[in-house]
Design a protein around this ligand. Structure first.
Ligand code: NAD
Length: 390
């Protein structure tokens, strides 16, 4: 080996050592950086694109909201811990909107403040639709702490993260359960809220947190108090698929379909001695397509520093007996019905006056025929015997 060759090798070794040292330094710096993430369309604000964080977007109502938002050209991030939602619904949304920068799914628990903060620091949200919640009246009376934690405390975490990261618009999923059992019907937005079960109380406390914070901030807030939600996507892409173990807690539409499919022997109607037209409970059933339309209108009308509170219902009460008859016709099955004693925490009659949302947001329920809404939902149920596992 001559002198020149030795020198060339020694230079090469020096270069390799220097490159290795620089790479190590770079890796060290990246690892130490608190915001290590790859910049994506979701992490930057984009002129003309509204990026909505949909919590609970794998659930029944949240997934329908995501579908509508994507159809309307919004950018959507779903955050869900899949405790009650379905990854199958998310997959269908992803298949329908595969383009980059349209939809991302983040698996996280909203009770984990550090994770929530990380999500907010890595994504440029313009608005939040906060659907995620446990949402069964009966379960809430049996497990109140779970409800206060999941609904009230998690909403506090979301609002704090929005404040810390400058996200200025919130659409909140509230419920007619916050009113309890008012003496006069229909319910208007300033009917006194006296909830009678932990679910309604937890939602009322979450509303209070949001309203109090809004007084000290410039946040644009819309609180939507839904009545009883039914139906599904008219094009049959999404449906309502609660976990089998929640069937007992479940809502009347799910029970009706399960009875029609023979999964359960029949329907159990709890309470026939309420002071209503036929003794069974009266509810205001709102189609999910209408409900989501109310969210999109609420988002469009949200104003900084203002809180809009709206009932989202049809304004018409239907009894459980009427519901069961509509369900029999929609499914074509003569469902067996057992009449049982009242269930703790239920209230007799609840229906809305939806005129405020009509006057201020120009929203009105269009799908008000129970049998038709149930027929749409039944089509999905029949085609998805095992829910999204089909
Ligand atoms: N379904 C109704 O009739 C009705 C009526 C009034 C109000 N609401 C409200 O609408 C919202 C949506 O209800 P739904 O019927 O779609 O319920 P759902 O159970 O189908 O969906 C809720 C979603 O939130 C997710 N979730 C729950 N806790 C979470 C947590 N800690 N972190 C992350 N994700 C979590 C679940 O996995 C699920 O995907 C709820 O806030 C509920 O209170 C529903």
């Amino acid at each position: 080996m001559d002198y020149m060759e030795t020198k060339r090798r020694s230079n090469l070794t020096k270069k390799i050592v220097l490159a290795a040292a620089l790479s190590a330094l770079l890796i060290f710096m990246i690892k130490r950086s608190p915001s290590t993430y790859v910049s994506t369309k979701f992490s930057e604000h984009e002129e003309g694109v509204t990026h909505v964080l949909v919590t609970g977007g794998a659930g029944y109502i949240g997934s329908h909201a995501v579908l509508r938002l994507l159809k309307d050209k919004y950018r959507v991030t779903i955050v869900d811990n899949l405790s009650r939602g379905n990854m199958g619904a998310v997959k269908i949304l992803q298949e329908n909107f595969p383009e980059a920068g349209r939809l991302q799914f983040i698996y996280a628990d909203l009770g984990d403040a550090a994770s929530v903060n990380k999500i907010f620091s890595e994504n440029a949200f313009d608005a939040v639709m906060h659907f995620a919640a446990v949402a069964y009246v009966g379960e809430s009376t049996a497990e109140p702490l779970r409800y206060y934690h999941n609904i009230t405390s998690n909403t506090l975490i979301i609002v704090k993260a929005m404040a810390a990261h400058g996200v200025k618009t919130l659409i909140y999923s509230s419920t007619c359960a916050t009113y309890g059992e008012p003496k006069t019907m229909p319910i208007v937005e300033n009917t006194t809220q006296l909830p009678i079960n932990p679910y309604g109380k937890a939602k009322k406390m979450a509303e209070d947190i949001i309203i109090d914070y809004s007084k000290t901030s410039n946040m644009a807030v819309m609180i939507l108090r839904y009545f009883n939600v039914i139906g599904s996507d008219p094009d049959g892409r999404l449906g309502e698929a609660p976990r089998p173990e929640l069937r007992e807690q479940g809502r009347i539409s799910g029970a009706c379909f399960d009875a029609a499919r023979g999964i359960i022997p029949g329907l159990k109607v709890r309470g026939t001695d309420y002071g209503t037209k036929d003794g069974t409970c009266v509810r205001d059933y709102i189609d999910v397509t209408d409900l989501i339309d109310a969210h999109v209108k609420a988002l469009a009308h949200a104003k900084p520093g203002k809180v809009g509170i709206y009932n989202v219902g049809t304004g018409k009460g239907s009894s459980v007996k009427e519901f069961v008859e509509a369900c029999k016709k929609a499914t074509g099955v003569n469902i067996k019905v057992d009449y049982l004693d009242r269930r703790a925490g239920d209230y007799a009659e609840v229906y809305s006056d939806p005129s405020k949302i009509f006057n201020e947001l120009n929203w009105k329920a269009k799908y008000t025929n129970l049998q038709e809404s149930l027929a749409v939902a039944w089509r999905w149920q029949k085609a998805h015997i095992n829910g999204y596992e089909n």
